[in-house]
Design a protein around this ligand. Structure first.
Ligand SMILES: Cc1cc2nc3c(=O)[nH]c(=O)nc-3n(C[C@H](O)[C@H](O)[C@H](O)COP(=O)(O)OP(=O)(O)OC[C@H]3O[C@@H](n4cnc5c(N)ncnc54)[C@H](O)[C@@H]3O)c2cc1C
Length: 388
């Protein structure tokens, strides 16, 4: 349990917030309206600016180029990024989370030596491909196949809703190497576009519009056998383990978004006058602010707790699902209340509130829909799986 941030984490939060308010917040609304999604060169320019703050690979051990940053501090970075510009936060989250944790746990020495520096330096942008057009929540039923052929696997299939797909140089892909074995026949591959080309198609969406979300299409895509991660048929475990930390990151992003909505709503409620008084002096408006703050603080606690446990080495399925499900549903309510406090201006593009509201609505799906997380929590509590 972590009741509060330590001094170092508080300083980190303050410094990162100041940096982002100076460098990123001023462009967020303009870019969100203009770029659906951000072109790769602009995305890369922003990522390079953010690299020194520790968004990518900082939790890796120093021998792999990381700073050994603790996961709660990493959560602080994620919250502040989402508070400034969630779309960019999603791009960063995938650059940090798609390949590095998988390599750290299951990669060979050669794979680590080759790919980790490419990801840390932004030479290669990464994405994580599990979902398919006909397979979302039931990820174990994926249809993409990888068939051995000499020194290669030949991959065929389509992945969809893939964050960073359209700008990715490397796709971490889950494919069936033995369809007769179901989940135990799924394997994981590093697909480097330069040597194993794949096509992409952008999917325009309601929120997080400037973060690329794409279909990624593999047609007889030949991937060297040396790019298999872990052992054959063991990748469903790899995917579920990696998703634990990404789930908490999505929850933390929802907290950052909610905090942005609270900060904007408080400012507006203090400045906007009706009936000759600031609207913040009306009890019903104060009630909305109080509800927003209570819900956001509770969600933040869930996320910190899950990061803390994960940092101790616990694969905390229950806490990660609580953090993800509660925070993302919370952000929909909190950003909606921020719209309400802003009156008609809440739905105007003159203010960032409508962006927060749209962005919040997209977060209940990535890394598992809310209902799936409730089933995971139920399974962990009852010892009975509702997934049949
Ligand atoms: C912005 C965004 C980014 C994403 N990024 C990635 C990514 O980078 N990589 C990737 O692989 N995927 C990504 N996804 C896909 C995401 O993981 C899926 O959307 C998610 O797993 C749900 O799958 P689905 O959308 O096909 O919904 P479905 O699985 O079809 O579910 C539809 C509805 O049915 C409910 N449902 C399904 N099964 C059950 C059940 N057993 N009990 C109760 N209710 C159930 C769901 O909760 C949901 O409400 C992303 C999605 C979004 C929106």
């Amino acid at each position: 349990m972590i009741p509060e941030l330590n001094e170092e984490q508080k300083i980190l939060k303050k410094n990162v917030r100041e940096f982002l308010e100076r460098e990123i917040t001023p462009i967020a609304d303009e870019y969100d309206r203009k770029y659906h999604p951000l072109p790769k060169d602009i995305a890369l320019g922003l990522l390079k600016k953010l690299l020194p703050l520790g968004y990518i690979g900082s939790t890796l051990p120093p021998e792999y180029g990381g700073q050994g940053l603790d996961l709660v501090s990493y959560g602080v970075l994620g919250e502040e990024m989402a508070r400034a510009y969630l779309s960019l936060g999603m791009i960063l989250m995938m650059q940090d989370g798609a390949l590095l944790p998988i390599l750290l746990k299951d990669g060979t020495a050669e794979q680590k030596a080759k790919f980790i520096p490419q990801v840390l330096s932004l030479e290669k942008i990464t994405c994580f491909g599990l979902t398919e057009p006909d397979v979302g929540s039931a990820a174990r039923d994926i249809k993409t196949t990888a068939v051995p052929d000499g020194d290669y696997y030949v991959i065929n299939g389509t992945k969809t809703w893939i964050t960073n797909g359209g700008i990715a140089d490397i796709a971490v892909i889950f494919a069936s190497t033995d369809p007769s074995k179901g989940a135990r026949g799924i394997s994981c591959f590093i697909v480097d576009k330069a040597e194993s080309p794949f096509a992409t198609r952008e999917l325009p969406k309601l929120g997080c519009r400037s973060c690329p979300t794409s279909e990624v299409i593999f047609e007889d895509c030949r991937v060297p056998k040396s790019n298999l991660v872990g052992t054959l048929g063991d990748a469903y475990r790899i995917a579920l383990t990696d998703l634990v930390s990404i789930r908490i990151s999505v929850g933390m992003g929802a907290v950052g978004l909610a905090q942005a909505a609270i900060d904007a709503a408080i400012k507006y409620a203090q400045e906007r006058k009706q009936f000759g008084r600031p609207i913040g002096s009306f009890q019903l408006v104060q009630e909305m602010i109080a509800d927003m703050v209570m819900m956001t603080e509770a969600a933040r606690f869930f996320c910190y707790q899950a990061y803390y446990l994960l940092g101790k080495g616990e694969i905390c399925f229950r806490e990660a699902s609580m953090a993800k499900a509660f925070s993302t549903e919370m952000a929909i309510g909190v950003t909606s209340q921020a719209v309400q406090i802003h009156g008609a201006y809440g739905i105007s593009e003159e203010y960032p509130i409508e962006r927060y509201f749209r962005d919040a609505r997209t977060l209940t799906f990535p890394d598992g829909a809310t209902q799936i997380h409730k089933l995971i929590i139920g399974r962990e509590m009852l010892g009975i799986s509702a997934f049949v």
